[in-house]
Design a protein around this ligand. Structure first.
Ligand code: SF4
Ligand code: FES
Length: 270
């Protein structure tokens, strides 16, 4: 889609020797998935600039008869684009990566299921050392959680810690981080579902992030807790100040009812 929501120019591309019409400028991975051409992928997230971290979505781009392996999430569709998605080399590459990911994240059901589709159920690689890492065995270090926290939420509550085989993701020094808004966007984007949190009556506990606890806002009308206070402050700060005060203390459900009542009140009676 272009700005203003209109559809971009349609162009002709070739995938596995078949021709298709596709939207110019679209990320090729999305085009292929829409055409039901399966390309495994872990680190692509629409809200973020693709950065080709997981290397799982590699395909061959054919140019003048020569092929170049490229992550499908970094290719933009253009007229005449020619791609091979399932050559023996590509399949071999994916199987090898799945072995590596099985070693890295043996507890991840997502990884196990994806690998099994390629017949990979065991790995020849050694698991890395455990360091009391709460994400151990589930995290593939794709970095999406770090990026969404930093680039979308503007927070940087978590980051990569250590180097090489000791690298993990967590809060600085594995301590509670007051910068964390408890938005859980990290858990939302995590492709292996490694990040866990729990809501109690009054708090959200980010169990994966050193148990960082964030107070939840309570609705002044129904008295239920509904979202982290810090997150609500961030969201409400972006709204028109004139309506903030009335809406600030209401949960989404009560807010909807309040707005509907206001709208009904405005409809002139005949
Ligand atoms: S916790 Fe999830 S999103 Fe974060 S680096 Fe690990 S796999 Fe990626
Ligand atoms: S989804 Fe393309 S490299 Fe990860």
């Amino acid at each position: 889609m272009s700005l203003f929501g209109s559809v971009n120019r349609m162009v002709t591309i070739t995938i596995n020797k078949n021709q298709y019409l596709a939207e110019e400028g679209e990320i090729f991975l999305l085009t292929a998935l829409r055409l039901n051409i399966d390309i495994p992928h872990l680190c692509y997230e629409k809200a973020l600039e693709p950065y080709g971290a997981c290397r799982l979505c590699m395909v061959d781009v054919v140019t003048c008869g020569k092929t170049t392996m490229t992550p499908a999430c970094t290719i933009k569709v253009h007229n005449g684009l020619e791609i091979l998605t399932d050559t023996p080399e590509i399949i071999k590459h994916r199987r090898l990566l799945f072995e590596l990911y099985l070693a890295e994240a043996p507890k991840s059901e997502v990884i196990r299921e994806m690998a099994a589709k390629y017949g990979v159920t065991k790995t020849r690689f050694l698991k890395k050392i455990v360091h009391d890492d709460p994400l151990f065995g589930k995290c593939i270090l794709c970095g999406l959680c770090v990026r969404v926290c930093n680039e979308i939420m503007g927070t940087s509550a978590i980051n990569f810690i250590n180097r090489g085989p000791y690298t993990v993701i967590n809060t600085p020094f594995f301590e509670h981080n007051p910068d964390c808004a408890g938005c859980a966007a990290c858990a939302q984007v995590c492709p292996t579902k490694a990040i866990v949190f729990e809501d109690s009556d009054a708090e959200r506990i980010m169990q994966s992030w050193s148990g960082t606890a964030v107070p939840l806002a309570t609705c002044s009308s129904c008295k239920k807790s509904y979202a982290p206070e810090k997150l609500m402050d961030k969201v409400l700060d972006k709204l028109d100040p004139a309506i903030i005060e009335e809406l600030r203390t209401l949960c989404p459900e009560c807010r909807r009812k309040y707005i509907t009542r206001m709208e009904i009140g405005r409809i002139p009676r005949s």
